[in-house]
Design a protein around this ligand. Structure first.
Ligand SMILES: Cc1cc2nc3c(=O)[nH]c(=O)nc-3n(C[C@H](O)[C@H](O)[C@H](O)COP(=O)(O)OP(=O)(O)OC[C@H]3O[C@@H](n4cnc5c(N)ncnc54)[C@H](O)[C@@H]3O)c2cc1C
Length: 487
């Protein structure tokens, strides 16, 4: 019976486990499997995005498209209806409900698939994976266990965020700086002024949580361009009229300028909505990304990435209305500036004059288009600058070990691990591992778009189907090599 380990307890890990369970429940030809799910320190299934209990944190994908399975995008909506939640498919529901859905789906599948599949969940962290001489892998956990597996799927999410360059060590350790927007230190007193670095979707959720938690606090968001995410339309849009022609036109040349012009022309056509145009390109994104050479990818990251993030990762209109209300009240402002440095305010270093008994921080900002720096004092600074994926420099124990031991290569542009588009990790010499896969943020370098649930569930389906075949093929190849050797 193949032993398969899935590492990472977020939605991507849940999607892979659920797909294995579902295949085993539904298909007679599916062989028995032993799954081990190493989930880390969070509740299995929810991960970073769906463990929130804050009802203001909404999904940024409409309910009708959040099903966990690629062939059943409406499954989440059915779950909501069965729970008595009156929602339309076009709505953006709270992420907490989605976390409940993930848990309920796994429990249901486990109950029906148990005869064909065993599932052991471990609440620990995997810190090393070592290929074994007899094929397969040994996984070492933080609490000293060694788990053997024939195949491994890495579903680790984003790598741990490091403090921004320029944040000095005393500020980072002051208790008034959160490098991880989802894990705030306990504050002794409510802050009077909160500074959030980043104004993307994570920054927006962070601001709404801070506003609700400290109703008296003033809030400042700062990002290089000073832009909020673009808005989803109020109602679901009709799909773009001719996606095939659009994609064919994009494929004509692997050139960023050509793609920009093509997309702008399509979006500028009468009756076209730019959002529908971008959505039409979504399934093609991995192939377009693959067709770029390293120089063009680097250019994209330098010049186009911020605009891409703004238009691609959109916020629900209700969320935008909440931000607007905070701005209208005068509690929230958005600055376009670079953060040059963050230091402890020396006059509060002993905790005496600070708002919270911990020091106040001083942020040196360089406003966009202005050479002069200005200084902003804040009682609490939260870094919400997006998903970290630089594998070569990460403190993440497992990714560090994989790179340092030469098991896997780091993407040269800091976009996760080197991999094929099907998720198979590449050794540093470029050869793919038969049984070592990844999905989610670690695959950014291979496919660019892989953080949204629609991409994750498609990757999970493919991995759950391909991994056992890849293992069987590797096994057959190894036995024929052994036969040749003995003959
Ligand atoms: C705030 C937020 C909101 C989002 N909203 C949406 C949305 O509405 N719709 C949508 O489609 N997408 C959304 N996304 C995108 C989101 O990335 C995916 O939907 C999905 O949640 C990603 O799951 P993941 O499992 O890849 O990552 P994560 O949720 O980060 O889960 C990875 C888990 O693996 C654990 N882990 C890491 N390393 C190890 C290890 N060595 N051993 C054991 N465990 C380990 C981590 O602790 C973590 O719990 C959102 C993302 C964020 C951050």
């Amino acid at each position: 019976m193949p032993r398969i380990a899935i590492i990472g307890g977020g939605a991507a890990g849940a999607a892979v486990v659920a797909q294995f369970l579902r295949d085993a429940a539904g298909e007679e030809r599916c062989a028995d499997r032993a799954l081990t799910w190493i989930v880390g320190d969070r509740a299995p299934g929810r991960g970073v995005a769906y463990e929130t209990a804050d009802e203001q944190h909404l999904l940024n994908v409409r309910a009708a498209n959040m099903g966990l399975f690629a062939d059943r995008p409406g499954d989440f909506l059915d779950y909501a209806a069965a729970r008595g939640i009156a929602a339309s498919g076009g709505q953006f529901l709270p992420r907490a409900i989605y976390g409940d859905y993930l848990e309920a789906t796994l429990a249901r599948l486990l109950a029906t698939a148990r005869r064909r599949v065993t599932l052991a969940a471990r609440s620990t962290e995997a810190i090393a994976i070592r290929p074994r001489a007899d094929a397969g892998f040994s996984i070492h956990t933080r609490d000293g266990e060694e788990i053997r597996a024939d195949g491994v799927v890495l579903a680790l999410g984003a790598l741990p965020p490091a403090s921004l360059p320029g944040v000095d060590a005393a500020a980072a350790a002051s208790g008034a700086y959160a490098a991880d927007a989802w894990r705030w230190p306990d504050l002794a007193r409510a802050p009077g002024h909160v500074l959030v670095i980043g104004s993307g979707l994570t920054g927006v959720d962070t601001l709404l949580s801070a506003a609700a938690r400290w109703p008296q606090a003033r809030l400042t968001a700062v990002s290089r361009r000073g832009r909020w995410p673009a808005l989803h339309s109020d109602q679901p849009l009709a799909p773009y009229a001719d996606p095939a022609a659009l994609i064919a036109r994009l494929r004509e040349r692997s050139h960023l300028g050509h793609w920009l012009r093509t997309i702008r022309a399509a979006a500028g056509a009468p009756d076209a909505d730019w959002r529908a145009v971008l959505d039409a390109v979504r399934t093609e994104t991995p192939r377009l990304w693959q067709s770029l050479d390293a120089r063009q990818r680097a250019r994209f990251l330098r010049h186009l990435r911020p605009s891409w993030e703004t238009v691609r990762h959109r916020m629900p209109p209700q969320t935008a209305a909440k931000l607007r209300a905070l701005q209208d009240e005068g509690r929230l402002r958005l600055l376009a500036a670079r953060v040059r440095g963050i230091e402890v305010d020396a006059t509060t270093a002993d905790g005496g004059a600070g708002e919270r008994g911990t020091p106040r921080l001083l942020a040196r900002l360089q406003p966009r288009g202005d050479a002069r720096e200005r200084t902003l004092a804040a009682d609490f600074v939260i870094q919400a600058t997006g998903l970290e994926s630089a594998a070569a420099s990460t403190p993440h124990a497992l990714v560090r070990q994989l790179v340092d031991d030469g098991v896997a290569g780091a993407d040269p542009l800091g976009l996760g691990l080197a991999a094929r588009t099907d998720g198979r990790l590449l050794r540093p010499d470029g050869r793919p591992w038969p049984g070592l896969y990844a999905l989610g943020t670690l695959l950014r370098g291979a496919v660019w778009e892989c953080t949204g649930l629609p991409e994750i569930r498609a990757a999970a389906r493919d991995i759950a189907r391909e991994l056992p075949t890849a293992l069987a093929n590797a096994d057959a190849a190894a036995s024929s090599e052994r036969c040749v050797a003995t003959a």
